[in-house]
Write a protein that binds this ligand. Structure first.
Ligand code: SF4
Length: 243
């Protein structure tokens, strides 16, 4: 439908801005299609402060950092450093892609399809499997029951991971979130760190196709949720009549 989450100008470091700076810093510090060993990762750590400062200034401020921005910068630097330290513990590793675009179609009846697009924060590769990693600013709750991804909002991170796995369905994938609020714990895997199976992908695809078909079915009223708690965290509440 082409509806995207509304963007607002930011004067101060709101949580989503904070996460965005971390994302962009990691994207700049790491490179796609690159092997990383402990020595290489230690070298990256030397660039953290310069890269984080540059991104905060270029994205959100026009002048030098001052006041609370300096404290925020220090917190972001420390977070980024912990991500790199976790990678050092897991090294050597190969990062195949960063912010990898995905785009695939879901056919939900004879003649109708929708396009699903997005981007994968990090794709790591070994000879046996790929690992799709989605960085999260907050905490993320995972669950192994695919049907629940469609009915329980708090499992939206798992839903998102399965979208990515579906986009890369030809490869053996593990899927994980990386919640920055629990950065010390590193990757948190869906399905107990096992490769997503063909059966799991087929089930998810079937449920996703049904969901899309229901959304476009004119016989099913497009009613607002009755659960107002969902509206509190809905990214579209500023443009919704409920908002
Ligand atoms: S604000 Fe509530 S009713 Fe409106 S789109 Fe979001 S979840 Fe649905």
């Amino acid at each position: 439908m082409g509806i995207r989450e509304p963007q607002t100008a930011e004067d101060e470091m709101a949580p989503n801005v904070f996460g965005n700076v971390v994302h962009k810093s990691l994207e700049k510090l790491y490179h796609a299609n690159t092997h990383y060993d402990t020595v290489g990762l230690q070298k990256i750590k030397l660039q953290i402060e310069a890269v984080v400062s540059e991104i905060i200034i270029s994205e959100y401020k026009s002048n030098q950092l001052q006041g609370s921005d300096i404290v925020t910068k220090e917190i972001i630097c420390s977070l980024v450093e912990k991500v790199i330290d976790n990678d050092i513990k897991r090294a050597p590793l190969f990062i195949d892609a960063l912010e990898k675009p995905i785009n695939f179609e879901i056919k939900f009846n004879e003649n109708e399809t929708i396009n699903i697009t997005g981007s994968i924060d990090r794709l790591e590769t070994t000879e046996e499997f790929d690992t799709i990693v989605d960085f999260k600013t907050g905490a993320a709750e995972l669950h192994n029951d695919i049907e629940k991804f469609f009915s329980i909002t708090k499992y939206k991170a798992a839903f998102q991971l399965m979208i990515y796995a579906l986009a890369l369905r030809q490869s053996n994938c593990k899927v994980a979130v990386y919640p920055l609020k629990q950065v010390g714990q590193g990757f948190q895997y869906l399905f107990d760190e096992k490769i997503v199976t063909k059966e799991q992908l087929e089930l998810f695809e079937a449920l996703l196709t049904k969901l899309v078909a229901d959304i476009f079915d004119s016989a099913i009223p497009f009613a607002a949720t009755k659960d107002l708690k969902k509206c509190d965290v809905c990214p579209f509440n500023s443009m919704c009549w409920r908002g």
